[in-house]
Design a protein around this ligand. Structure first.
Ligand SMILES: Nc1nc2c(ncn2[C@@H]2O[C@H](COP(=O)(O)OP(=O)(O)O)[C@@H](O)[C@H]2O)c(=O)[nH]1
Ligand SMILES: [Mg+2]
Ligand SMILES: [Zn+2]
Length: 362
């Protein structure tokens, strides 16, 4: 345990965290101090507390499930023992990026917790994959935090501005920033956007996440992949996963956030595709497959160039995937979902109707 005392606020401590900690401390038979989880290893975690970072064992109350285990970004109640610290409580999460590893709910794996923003890093070095942007945005919205897209390596791009416009059109309501860790372009704007709260960086390996963290921190806190001939970064083990920034704000950069899948059939898809959902809601046919019915609002929009066919296909794919994941564990729900897929989009329409305060089954 280091002797330096640090301010919990620099770790993202706020009133909500304080209230959750007071609750947990009152209920616990142990004397607890607050801390925030950085790195997680098997049975041991690195916890940042007022005394600095330290390794702790995890001993949660009986009956705790896998989803209850501490993860990067969690606020925990720490018991100080003579021979080391013990995590006794994981405080309730206000948002989280979750990966479902198997069908059962108890197998869900929480990758990062208590996020205010999710930064989707996309490299401009290679051809833009808009469907990948959409997939990460679904995951970001699903977490309960606000998404933000950062296009990296602008110095290697032929036309960064038109790439930005293309992504902005694909990400309605989401800020899209262009940066280069190499030249420093756009870095001030990103720093300002991340100056409050906790931001997790997601995106493919090699997108430049660790370079972004280092540029923002103003020092080498994350290992950056060696440049490879094929232009792809390779996975490098990272030492720091919770990085407080000098100007405020906390960054979360973990290797686990490179290839996250969809979690469940929540709001992520319609938040990512408000334009598509609106068309689906407007379509006058209750059982429309939106494929070939004359007068279908979706097909009309595609025909008139108001909806990109690529984006429509992307919505269908993510929508089906989300429904499939949500129903894997439950054969009855799965059968119902299969029926719904026969009339693609009905679920989305129902959700959108609910969102607008209408009867989804009217
Ligand atoms: N030219 C250029 N290279 C970059 C930039 N950002 C990252 N890179 C390089 O891209 C590779 C992958 O970067 P890294 O930060 O490790 O990506 P991560 O896997 O997302 O963490 C490394 O070789 C970096 O040096 C940039 O803005 N410009
Ligand atoms: Mg990295
Ligand atoms: Zn239709």
């Amino acid at each position: 345990m280091s002797a330096t005392s640090i301010d919990l606020a620099s770790l993202g401590w706020d009133e909500a965290a304080a209230a959750a900690f007071d609750d947990a401390a009152r209920q616990s038979p142990f004397a607890l101090v607050p801390g925030r989880v950085g790195r997680v290893d098997r049975g041991r975690v690195t916890v940042h507390s007022a005394d600095g970072p330290g390794v702790a064992l995890v001993r949660l109350p009986a009956g705790s499930e896998r989803v209850d285990q501490p993860t990067t970004g969690d606020w925990v109640g720490l018991e100080r023992q003579d021979d080391g610290d013990v995590v006794r409580r994981v405080l309730p999460r206000r948002s989280a990026i979750v990966r479902r590893v198997a069908g059962q709910r108890s197998d869900a794996q929480v990758m990062a917790a208590n996020l205010d923003q999710v930064l989707v890093a996309i490299s401009l070095e290679t051809t833009l994959k808009l469907s990948a942007v959409e997939r990460y945005l679904v995951v970001a919205w699903e977490s309960g935090a606000r998404p933000l897209v950062v296009l990296t390596k602008a110095d290697l791009a032929y036309d960064p501005e038109s790439a930005r416009d293309e992504v902005a059109a694909t990400a309605p309501g989401v800020p899209v920033l262009v940066t280069s860790a190499e030249t420093g372009e756009g870095m001030g704007v990103v720093a300002a956007a991340l100056a409050t709260g906790t931001t997790a960086l997601v995106g493919p390996s090699g997108a430049g996440k660790s370079s972004l963290v280092n540029a923002l921190a103003g020092r080498e806190v994350q290992a950056v992949a060696d440049t490879r001939q094929d232009g792809k970064g390779r996975h490098t083990t990272t030492a720091r996963e919770l990085v407080p920034l000098a100007g405020g704000g906390v960054l979360v950069d973990t290797p686990g956030l490179r290839s996250i899948g969809l979690h469940e059939d929540g709001e992520g898809v319609w938040r990512t595709f408000p334009d598509v959902e609106e068309l689906v809601v407007r379509c006058r046919f209750t059982d429309c497959s939106h494929e070939c019915e004359p007068g279908c609002a979706v097909q009309e929009a595609i025909a008139h160039g108001r909806l990109d066919g690529r984006r429509w296909a992307s919505w269908q794919k993510l929508q089906r995937e989300a429904e499939w994941i949500a129903t894997r564990a439950d054969p009855v729900a799965r059968a119902a979902a299969r029926k719904r897929w026969a009339a693609t989009g009905r679920a989305g329409r129902a959700r959108a109707a609910l969102k607008h305060g209408r009867d989804p089954f009217a």
